[in-house]
Design a protein around this ligand. Structure first.
Ligand SMILES: O=C(O)C(=O)CO
Length: 346
């Protein structure tokens, strides 16, 4: 298991049918989100009575009511998992897993204080999220959205050699803010586009082997901003990272730079990004995440031709979501059995 994680190869095909070593002395109850893929529900149902919420989108009152008295929570959505939710479930709660990599909607300190094991589902979504990032990067660099708008508004200008020129990925310097599993999976894909090198900003340096593999160098935030042709945000949302991509940061980026965010909307000051794109302070951006989600249809961001927006589709593939459900169910079952979770969040 440790080796799979180290190599980023946590493969649910291997764990899906793994013999499970849970003590079955009594049937447990587990509460879950209405849209958790069947693979996860089936796994839970081996050892638990599964209580499934009905409403989609979720209704807070239903979550709080139906989770009352359960032994475990498989927290499928991004609803706040805080003291209120934990109190509603009750003191018998023994295990929780989210079905996400990011856990910014969880009051982790509160879960820890109550000594409840908490799992999440990183790694299995690295490929899907990396695919989304590369899609956004290419779409923003090559002006896909703007091009579509030109056709729609009858402004396709044929016969020009210098019309709608974009930025090359080849020979570019790609900067990463955060250089964990998702970022490295993006770097792996981009190496196929013959990029020049990778700069990354993180608290801790990654291993020399990883640096060598991606021709990557750890640099401070300002250096990464000023020297990168593409800047990819792949860090968790924390007190330290909230709003760090603001007017000052955009002012340090190249005018030709493209920003991609597949992490959390809160890392970016959205008003400042709007200004930076509107005034061509930076060339373009591609966002899979924003604030708030869902973004209202009248948000000014939607008026920008040089911004590609996706409605948080990072991990939204059938296989990935099924894999996330399986890992989350294993986390819950292991937590209930008093065993270490497959992917503990702390
Ligand atoms: O799992 C998560 O945290 C995601 O946001 C996937 O896109």
């Amino acid at each position: 298991m440790f080796l799979w994680r180290q190599r980023g190869l946590l493969d649910t095909r291997l764990v899906r049918y793994a013999a499970y070593n849970c003590r079955k002395s009594e049937l447990k109850t587990s509460f879950t989100h209405p849209e958790v893929p069947q693979e996860g529900i089936d796994l839970l149902a081996r050892d638990c009575e599964v209580i499934i919420c009905q409403n989609v989108p979720t209704v807070r009152a239903e979550i709080l009511e139906k989770s009352k008295g359960v032994d475990a929570l498989l927290w499928g959505g991004h609803d706040a998992l805080n003291a209120e939710a934990l109190d509603a479930a009750g003191p018998q709660l023994k295990a929780i897993s989210t079905m996400s990599a990011g856990i910014d909607y969880v009051d982790v300190a509160e879960v820890k204080r109550r000594k409840i094991p908490l799992g999440h589902t990183p790694i299995v979504l690295n490929n899907a999220v990396a695919d989304t990032a590369v899609g956004l990067l290419l779409a923003a660099a090559r002006r896909f959205h703007e091009g579509r708008l030109k056709i729609e508004t009858d402004k396709w200008e044929g016969g020009h050699l210098n019309w709608m020129l974009g930025q090359d990925v080849r020979d570019s310097v790609v900067g990463f803010f955060g250089f964990g599993g998702i970022a490295q999976t993006i770097a792996k894909r981009l190496s196929g586009f013959d990029i020049d090198s990778v700069l990354y900003t993180t608290r801790r340096r990654v291993s020399e082997d990883i640096e060598k593999e991606y021709n990557a160098k750890k640099v401070d935030f300002d250096t990464m901003l000023s020297q990168s042709d593409f800047v990819i945000i792949a860090s968790p949302l924390t007190k330290e990272t909230a709003g760090i991509f603001n007017a000052t940061a955009f002012g340090k980026m190249k005018k030709t730079a493209v920003l991609v965010n597949i992490a959390r909307g809160g890392v970016v000051n959205q008003q400042d990004l709007y200004e930076a794109l509107k005034t061509n302070q930076i060339f373009a951006a591609g966002l899979d995440v924003m604030t708030p989600e869902p973004l209202p249809a009248n948000d000014p961001l939607l008026s920008l031709p040089n911004l590609v927006l996706l409605p948080h589709l990072g991990s939204a593939t059938q296989r990935t979501r099924a894999d996330m459900a399986v890992i989350a169910a294993h986390n819950v079952l292991r937590g209930l059995a008093g065993e270490p979770m497959l992917s503990p969040a702390y």
